[in-house]
Design a protein around this ligand. Structure first.
Ligand code: UT7
Length: 321
C-alpha cells in the first residue's frame, strides 16, 4: 500500500501584523470590539504592493522543502491552491516552479476552490501519489486577498489577510493520509463571490469580494460537521481518536461550533484566526505548520483538516502525521 505522508511543512506571512485598531486608524468604519466579538480576529498580515501569491508561495515552499530534507529536483508535482493568482495565466504553480529553479519535472497546476483549496489540493495530490504516478508533491495554499477586498465594505474588509502555507507530500509505506472527501454545490455561488472578470482590456462586473455573511456562516457550520464525520467514517476512526482538528480559519464562532458538533474539545483545535484573519486557501497549511513547529503536533498524531469556501466547495482530509 502506498500512502502519501507529510514529510515537511512551511509557511510565510508578509510584513508586520495589522491590528483591528490599525484598520480604524486607516479610516475603516469598525472597532476592535466588534471584530473580536463577531469573528475572533485581532490582526492580519497584508502584502506590500508588488508582492504576489507566487512570492508568498515561494517563501513557504522553501521552508517546507528544508523541513522535509528533499532536493528541489526530486519534486515531481506542484499544486498551488489560490483564488488570487499572480496572472490569469500562466498558473501560479508554474511561476512557483520557476522561482524554485525546477525545470522539466512533473506537473504543475493551480486549484481554484477558494477557502477549500488546500483540502482539495491535498486530496488531489494524495491520489497522484497513491496511484504511483508521482512520488514527491509540493502542495501550497497562497493568497493575497487584500487585493480583492472592497476597503469601503466593512462587512468583509476586516475579515481577510494574506499568507501562504506549504507541505511536501511523499510516497511512503507508513500511514499518512488515511481518508479524504471533497464536495461542491454551485447553486450557492452568489453568497460568496468576486463577480468580475477582464474582457477587452477592462474589468467587467464587480472585481471585489462580496459575501452574505450570515448565509455563509450557517452553510459552513453544517457542511464542516458533515465532511469531518465523512472522513472519520471512511477510515473507521472515532472523533475521540483524533488528536487535532485544524479547520479553515474564517471565524472563531464557526470553528467552535464545528468542534462542538464533532465533540472535539477546543484544546485540541489549532486556531490562528486571531493572528492571521481569514487567509483563504492558505489558512489550513499556515495553522498546520505553526502547530508542528511549536511542538503541539507530533509524529503519529491523527489530524482532521477541513475547509469550506466559495463555489460553494468543501472538503476534509484525515491524516496521520
Ligand atoms: O471562508 C469563508 C468566508 N467567510 C466566512 O466564513 C464568514 C461567515 N460569516 C461571518 O463570519 C459573520 O456573518 C460576519 C462576521 C461576516 C458578520 O457577523 P454577523 O454577526 O453576521 O453580523 P451582520 O452581518 O448581521 O451585521 C450586524 C451589524 C450590522 O449593523 P446593523 O445593521 O445591525 O446596525 C452591520 O452593519 O454589524 C454591522 N457591521 C459592522 N460593525 C462594525 C458589519 N461589519 C462591521 C464591522 N464593524 N466591520
Amino acid at each position: 500500500m502506498i500512502y502519501a505522508l507529510i514529510a515537511g511543512t512551511g509557511s510565510y506571512l508578509p510584513g508586520q501584523p495589522v491590528s483591528n485598531s490599525d484598520l480604524v486608524a486607516r479610516g475603516i468604519d469598525t472597532s476592535d470590539e466588534w471584530v473580536v466579538e463577531r469573528t475572533g480576529i485581532r490582526a492580519r498580515h497584508l502584502a506590500e504592493a508588488g508582492t504576489t501569491a507566487s512570492d508568498l508561495a515561494h517563501q513557504a515552499s522553501l521552508r517546507a522543502i528544508e523541513a522535509a530534507g528533499v532536493a528541489v529536483d526530486e519534486i515531481d508535482l506542484i499544486i498551488v491552491a489560490t483564488s488570487t493568482p499572480d496572472f490569469i495565466f500562466p498558473s501560479t504553480a508554474t511561476l512557483l516552479q520557476s522561482k524554485l529553479g525546477i525545470r522539466n519535472s512533473g506537473a504543475a497546476f493551480d486549484v481554484q476552490a477558494v477557502c477549500s483549496g488546500f483540502a482539495y489540493a491535498l486530496s488531489i495530490a494524495e491520489k497522484f501519489i497513491r496511484s504511483g504516478s508521482h512520488s514527491k508533491a509540493l502542495v501550497v495554499g497562497a493568497e493575497i486577498f487584500s487585493r480583492i477586498l472592497d476597503w469601503s465594505d466593512r462587512g468583509t474588509c476586516v475579515l481577510f489577510g494574506d499568507g501562504a502555507g506549504a507541505v511536501i507530500l511523499e510516497a511512503s509505506d507508513k500511514p499518512g493520509i488515511l481518508a479524504s472527501a471533497i464536495h461542491a454545490d454551485g447553486s450557492y455561488n452568489p453568497i460568496l463571490c468576486v463577480p468580475g472578470s477582464v474582457a477587452g482590456g477592462a474589468v467587467t462586473g464587480d472585481p471585489f469580494l462580496r459575501m452574505d455573511g450570515q448565509a455563509v456562516f450557517k452553510f459552513a457550520v453544517k457542511v464542516l460537521g458533515e465532511v469531518a464525520g465523512e472522513v472519520l467514517g471512511q477510515a473507521g476512526i472515532s472523533a475521540a481518536e483524533v488528536n487535532w482538528l485544524i479547520p479553515h480559519q474564517a471565524n472563531i464562532r464557526i470553528i467552535q461550533a464545528t468542534a462542538k458538533r464533532l465533540g472535539i474539545p477546543m484544546e485540541q483545535v489549532v486556531t490562528t484566526v486571531a493572528e492571521h484573519g481569514n487567509t483563504s486557501a492558505a489558512s489550513i497549511p499556515l495553522a498546520l505548520d505553526l502547530a508542528i513547529r511549536d511542538g503541539r503536533v507530533r509524529r503519529g498524531d491523527k489530524i482532521v483538516l477541513e475547509g469550506v469556501g466559495g463555489g460553494f466547495t468543501w472538503g476534509a482530509v484525515l491524516l496521520e502525521y
